[in-house]
Design a protein around this ligand. Structure first.
Ligand code: NI
Length: 196
């Protein structure tokens, strides 16, 4: 670089370094995204659960189904592991986080089936199901598309579904897509960052 460009280059470097040190935290990646909203579903105890029941809590939402042969159990295991680690390190903040599993297979995922399933991943994991219409509606608005597959597995029909974990804030506002496919550490990193 020529001599006259040097001071400007150095100034830019200093500015960048300084800014990095004092920049306020970035906006949530999903800020303003049209995700989430009202829902009424049935929980694993057979009672009614509404989105408003989680007012004031962060919500970690994952769509799947208990008969899923491989992906769902692996993801839920990582989510459960991350939550346990977060609870250990930041108990007060972790207490403000509600993990939620929403079934995309209401035909087979009855409350009783869900109850047994969610308990294997985390003691506070809530399992939600409903009518086909209720589940389709909530999935659509929460980014959890699914469809019954043509092929079948060992335990019956399969359900293709999006593999996504979303974190919502205390008012139900979308915050970030949590990379559950990258494992517990990557999940916990996002929880540490966004759950205040
Ligand atoms: Ni699955």
């Amino acid at each position: 670089m020529n001599e006259s460009a040097k001071p400007r280059f150095l100034l830019t470097l200093c500015l960048l370094a300084g800014l990095a040190a004092c920049t306020p935290p970035a906006d949530p990646p999903l800020k303003g995204a049209k995700l989430g909203g009202a829902f009424t579903l049935t929980n694993q105890d057979g009672g009614t659960t509404k989105d408003t029941d989680f007012k004031g809590k962060y919500r970690l939402v994952y769509f799947g189904y208990t008969y899923c042969p491989d992906v769902c159990p692996v993801d839920l295991q990582q989510i459960g592991k991350a939550l346990k680690a977060f609870e250990k390190e930041e108990p007060a903040r972790a207490a403000k986080l509600q993990p939620i599993f929403i079934s995309v297979d209401p035909e087979r995922d009855t409350p009783a089936v869900l109850k047994e399933y969610v308990a294997t991943f985390h003691p506070r994991l809530i399992g939600l199901t409903g009518t086909k219409e209720q589940v389709a509606d909530v999935a659509k608005r929460y980014g959890g598309y699914f469809a019954k597959a043509e092929r079948t597995g060992a335990s019956g029909y399969l359900v293709d579904h999006t593999r996504v974990t979303l974190l919502f804030g205390p008012e139900g506002e979308p915050i970030v897509i949590v990379p559950q496919e990258q494992g517990a550490d990557a999940i916990e990193e996002q929880l540490e960052r966004w759950v205040k």
